[in-house]
Design a binder for this molecule. Structure first.
Ligand code: FAD
Ligand code: NAD
Length: 480
């Protein structure tokens, strides 16, 4: 070993400080394990920036811009309904972005503070599993070092899928990170992919004045959502002016003086549109480049994800993998729960994630959220079920807020009444879904939810009424 290298011993080394890795590291430390966390992310200020995709270019900055743009739209178009005249309003994009950047840096320095208070050694640099129990850390600003530990948790996350011939140039073609950092509102914005990112970022820039056209390969929106929710979402987004073109095969993108031309095929037709900027948002792939030495025993599956068993253990004893790096929904809370479970397995041999009740939320307006089975899944499994539906338009609180789009849907087992799924589109369903998750985690029946006293007037009464509706006894439903 050269003189620039040194050895350190830990119980656990975590590679990656996203919501999977940093949460795993904190839980390991809480359980008395001597823990190090290695992360290579460097912020705009040139300093290490733990927090991963979620804090730096994902969940948090996207929600900051969604919130700013929603306020803008609220004031410019809806305030008048409340008798408020705001006069001509304008958006200072630089200030909006500065607010987002400050939020990100506050939260990433919060992770550094959490590492310190839990006595976790944070090491900035690229981590590579050399062999079981041995990690090499390299960076531009420090000599290479070798760390040893009984356990290594791989939590290197994911990166955007790139389409051939459409490489990100940060001038005309952007991925989600670039689209979160626009310094001006594009006049005409094209987005390839009507998934979660396409819909959230499309909403941000539409609200601020861009004409947004989203090209989606599939014939329907939000493939893994309940169909009733997906249809309502398409209706609401189209009404708002998001132009979503389904069944489009993008064939080529060519440069123009003012942006680019997207060439695509729908059915037998060849079409094209000109846009000023293009966001490519067609999914994300696990980030495994340079993460482990070939031959150290880690296996990748056909998707390029690290292969793990049901407990996040890789084929190599003492090496675990969690979050976007492994199969399952690419969601921050799923990554964190796996991080906690692996830490607990390392410390005590027992840890658990209930994958059947991981909620999904899409932070558009109206918001979309779901947990558990869709009607389509239950039909295909031959499960007998009943459905309770209740519209936000019949909620006093939703009416008072002027946010009456959408509905809540509770699906319960026909025989046992156990709640099998909850699907919602409407105001603040990102919060309301957690009631259904809790109910399902306690294996509650629709009747349990129906018999639970809900405060009035609240949006949660819509979930309550949906549970009542599954028993045919919603109170505020007009029978037709
Ligand atoms: P990551 O957060 O990707 O973190 C991995 C970390 O490992 C990164 O810091 C990376 O730099 C580092 N790393 C990689 N390789 C190495 C290496 N070899 N050595 C050292 N460090 C390394 N999810 C939600 O649940 N809710 C949302 O609202 C949401 N919004 C999103 C919005 C956008 C625009 C995007 C892109 C994603 C969003 N997601 C959201 C998804 C969410 O960000 C991810 O599911 C989550 O961050 C995954 O966590 P992770 O810890 O597995 O990986
Ligand atoms: P996605 O998988 O949600 O959507 C990608 C969309 O692109 C799909 O509808 C797919 O059919 C379409 N597509 C793929 N190839 C295409 C092509 N060549 N032409 C046209 N359309 C094409 O992926 P995403 O929107 O990039 O987001 C990545 C992941 O990040 C999400 O799956 C999610 O796990 C996570 N995320 C979560 C949130 C949230 O929880 N609110 C927000 C943003 C991102």
């Amino acid at each position: 070993m050269g003189d620039t290298q040194r050895m350190s011993d830990f119980d656990v080394i975590v590679i990656g400080a996203g919501p999977g890795g940093y949460v795993a590291a904190i839980r390991c430390a809480q359980l008395g394990l001597k823990t190090a966390c290695v992360d290579r992310w460097i912020g705009e200020d040139g300093e290490p920036s733990p927090g991963g995709t979620c804090l730096n270019v994902g969940c948090i900055p996207s929600k900051a811009l969604l919130d700013s743009s929603e306020r803008y739209e609220e004031i410019s178009t809806h305030a008048v309904d409340h008798g408020i005249s705001a006069g001509p309003i304008s958006i200072d994009v630089a200030k909006m972005q500065a607010r987002k950047d400050k939020l990100v840096s506050d939260l990433t320095s919060g992770i550094s503070a959490l590492f310190k208070s839990n006595q976790i050694a944070f090491i900035s640099g690229h981590g590579c599993l050399v062999e079981p129990g041995s990690v090499r850390v390299s960076s531009d600003h420090q000599p290479e070092q070798f760390l040893r530990a009984k356990h290594v948790i791989l939590a290197s996350g994911s990166q955007p899928v790139q389409l051939p011939g459409m490489s990100v140039d940060e001038t005309t073609i952007f991925d989600s990170s670039g689209a979160l950092a626009f310094s001006t509102v594009p006049t005409r914005l094209g987005i390839i992919g009507a998934g979660v990112i396409g819909l959230e970022l499309g909403s941000v820039w539409r609200r601020l004045g861009a004409e947004v056209i989203i090209l989606e390969a599939m014939d329907s929106l939000l493939g893994n959502a309940d169909r009733m929710i997906a249809r309502e979402a398409k209706k609401q987004f189209s009404r708002q002016g998001l132009d979503i073109l389904l069944g489009c095969q993008v064939t080529e993108v060519t440069s123009t003086k003012d942006g680019c031309t997207i060439h695509y095929r729908t059915g037998e037709q060849d079409e094209s549109i000109d846009v000023e900027r293009l966001i490519v948002a067609v999914g994300r792939l696990p980030c495994t480049e340079g993460l482990f030495e070939p031959g150290c025993g880690i296996e990748l599956n056909a998707r390029g994800a690290v292969s793990v068993d049901a407990h996040c253990a890789t084929a190599v004893p003492g090496v675990w993998a969690i979050g976007d790096l492994v199969d399952g929904p690419m969601l921050a809370h799923k990554a964190s729960e796996e991080g906690v479970a692996v830490a607990e397995r390392i410390a005590s041999g027992v840890g658990h994630v209930d994958y059947s009740i991981v909620p999904w939320v899409i932070y558009t307006h109206p918001e979309i959220a779901w947990v558990g089975a869709t009607e389509e899944e239950l039909k295909s499994q031959g499960v007998q079920y009943k459905v309770g539906l209740f519209p936000f338009a019949a909620s006093g609180r939703a009416k008072a807020a002027g946010a009456t789009e959408g509905f809540a849907k509770i699906i319960a087992c026909h025989e046992t009444d156990r709640i099998l799924g909850a699907h919602m589109i409407g105001p603040q369903v990102s919060e309301l879904i957690n009631e259904a998750v809790l109910a399902m985690s306690m294996e509650a029946s629709a009747e349990d939810l129906a018999r639970t006293v809900h405060a009035h007037p609240t949006l949660a009464e819509v979930v309550h009424e949906a549970a009542l509706a599954s028993h045919g006894r919603a109170i505020h439903k007009v029978n037709r």
